[in-house]
Design a protein around this ligand. Sequence first.
Ligand code: F6P
Length: 327
Amino acid sequence: MKSPIKKIAVLTSGGDAPGMNAAIRAVVRATNFYKLNCLGIYQGYTGLINGEFELLNARSVKNILQRGGTFLKSSRSKEFRTPKGRKAAYANLINQQVDALVTIGGDGTFTGAQIFSNEFDFPVMGVPGTIDNDLYGTDFTLGFDSATNVVIDCVDKIRDTAESHNRLFFVEVMGRDTGFIALRSGLASGAIDVILPEENKPISELINALETSLGHQKTNKIVMVAEGNPLGNTHEIAQAIRQHFPQFDAKVTILGHLQRGGAPSCLDRVLASQLGVAAVEGLLAGKNKVMVGIQKNEIVFTPLAKAISQKSVLNPNLLRVSKILAT
Ligand code: F6P
């Protein structure tokens, strides 16, 4: 490929996600394949501003495909939100003779990348890495599949104790603004109800679902709660239900950051490998200010502006199926 790009920098930013290491590896190995240089940036945008760099070659990324987290580390940089911070970042990239930047992260990461690219006319490519799966322009983000696998593994265990004590469990999962993790893992673990940020349903619906379950003699009950749901804090929801159903021994489990850890699933490793290579090939083909994603098994590029501003929507069929099966 004929391209003015000779050196590509890569960083991970925002909440880490399983598959980020696999994506870094794919970017580094693809640059190696196309005879380019690759600069790793530590600590996301913070390291870009502070000059925490290391040249990476194919061997620098050995034995990381299967590891969770990100060996380049991550941050949520406040400084990069300021013109001063971005100016320092640009000066560092020029100093290192970097021609393009690959940023692996979520919407906050891409918002920063977009502003930076516009300000300095610098080529950037986004790779979607967040367990939340909340980016427009890709069916899956890196880490989502692994996180949902962690959730269902935990719920399977919770169900053993729930069944032994005839208990109701509220399981809170991540998802500040979206219910992708809650819906998918709720369906995969047989939850009786799923409380999602997108639905805005009244507590009476949850009460109805629980009443139905009573009629059906369900001995253990799992309610999956997305952290950003409009009904409120999971402990408060559980308390409201205890008041309505004093006979229920309702417990709350908050899975928290457990969901971000562990080895990436096969799906995430394959996705990361595909997206990392496509990110480098996209830059060489002249693509800029875009996010590389996968839709219907095809690699697609979506303008960063669109990936950030448009809402990714829950699959209505999953919602429908989950309601049919919860009875
Ligand atoms: O963006 C991914 C995410 O895991 C969200 O689901 C969650 O609300 C947030 O990160 C937690 O971020 P932090 O680790 O910075 O507290």
